[in-house]
Design a protein around this ligand. Structure first.
Ligand SMILES: CCCCC/C=C\C/C=C\C/C=C\C/C=C\CCCC(=O)SCCNC(=O)CCNC(=O)[C@H](O)C(C)(C)COP(=O)(O)OP(=O)(O)OC[C@H]1O[C@@H](n2cnc3c(N)ncnc32)[C@H](O)[C@@H]1OP(=O)(O)O
Length: 208
């Protein structure tokens, strides 16, 4: 689809911009000129936009396509993006975090690691056929996650108990996939019909 490719192209440009805006050491005058030019571009993009109860026209919610997901979305300025595939029930994720994700110098912000794990656990949970929302996420930080280094994440479902699903996951580097840097355990809860209506009713209506 042509528009999805264009969205990804814009997302790519925005991510490069965010990285360069984080690492640049250019003088104040150049930063102010860049800010003025970017405000013009932002105004142009804002001429036609959606509100919070309307899905992006390029998305396919039930098909799992979310172009602006802040973790995996090709169109998101914020996403690393994390690329996930599910093989035999195990979700495998790959990404490289730039300096825009820095917490302690040289390493990823702890909240970013939790965000990546929440997402990949969610994919394992959806793949198990029991989609739900995160109600709990326990994160153990064993070693700092290096920036500018290819990462490998994994996640799988451990237990299904009615509407409650437990999944665990890890972050490691591609170079040393056996050394866990961060691990997480999450609980996900499937929604009752009334909860789905209350939370997502307006969105599902505009979709129909
Ligand atoms: C839901 C799907 C949406 C549609 C998606 C469609 C397609 C998707 C396709 C692809 C997507 C791919 C992957 C997804 C990727 C990532 C996932 C990211 C997930 C998130 O980023 S999501 C945002 C953060 N998330 C929230 O914003 C939730 C806030 N939350 C609530 O809105 C309520 O919490 C609610 C409505 C969920 C439940 O309502 P409630 O709390 O009233 O619970 P309820 O009565 O329904 O109980 C049910 C059972 O859950 C137990 N339970 C409840 N809380 C617990 C806890 N903390 N610990 C342990 N157990 C707990 C109870 O104890 C009971 O257990 P029991 O039945 O055994 O008694």
């Amino acid at each position: 689809m042509k528009r999805r490719e264009a969205i990804t192209e814009l997302g790519d440009a925005l991510r490069t911009l965010a990285e360069h805006a984080t690492t640049t050491e250019m003088p104040a005058g150049d930063l102010l000129r860049a800010a003025a030019e970017l405000r013009e571009i932002a105004a142009r993009l804002g001429e036609r936009s959606r509100g919070r109860s309307t899905l992006p026209s390029a998305d396919d919610l039930l098909g799992g396509v979310r172009m602006y997901n802040p973790v995996t979305g090709g169109g998101s300025a914020l996403a690393p993006p994390l690329r996930i595939e599910v093989v035999a029930g195990v979700a495998i994720g790959r990404c490289t975090l730039g300096l825009a994700f820095e917490g302690p110098p040289r390493f990823a912000h702890g909240g970013v690691s939790a965000m990546l794990l929440d997402q990949i656990l969610g994919h394992a949970v959806v793949a198990s056929g029991n989609p739900g929302m995160t109600v709990r996420l326990d994160t153990v930080y064993r070693a700092p996650v290096p920036l500018l280094t290819p990462l490998r994440l994994t996640a799988e479902v451990r237990h299904v108990d009615g509407r409650r699903v437990t999944a665990t996951g890890t972050i490691a580097t591609e170079a040393e996939p056996g050394t866990t840097l961060v691990s997480a355990s999450g609980t996900f809860v499937g929604l009752r019909a009334d909860q789905t209506r209350r939370l997502f009713g307006p969105v599902l209506q505009t979709e129909a």
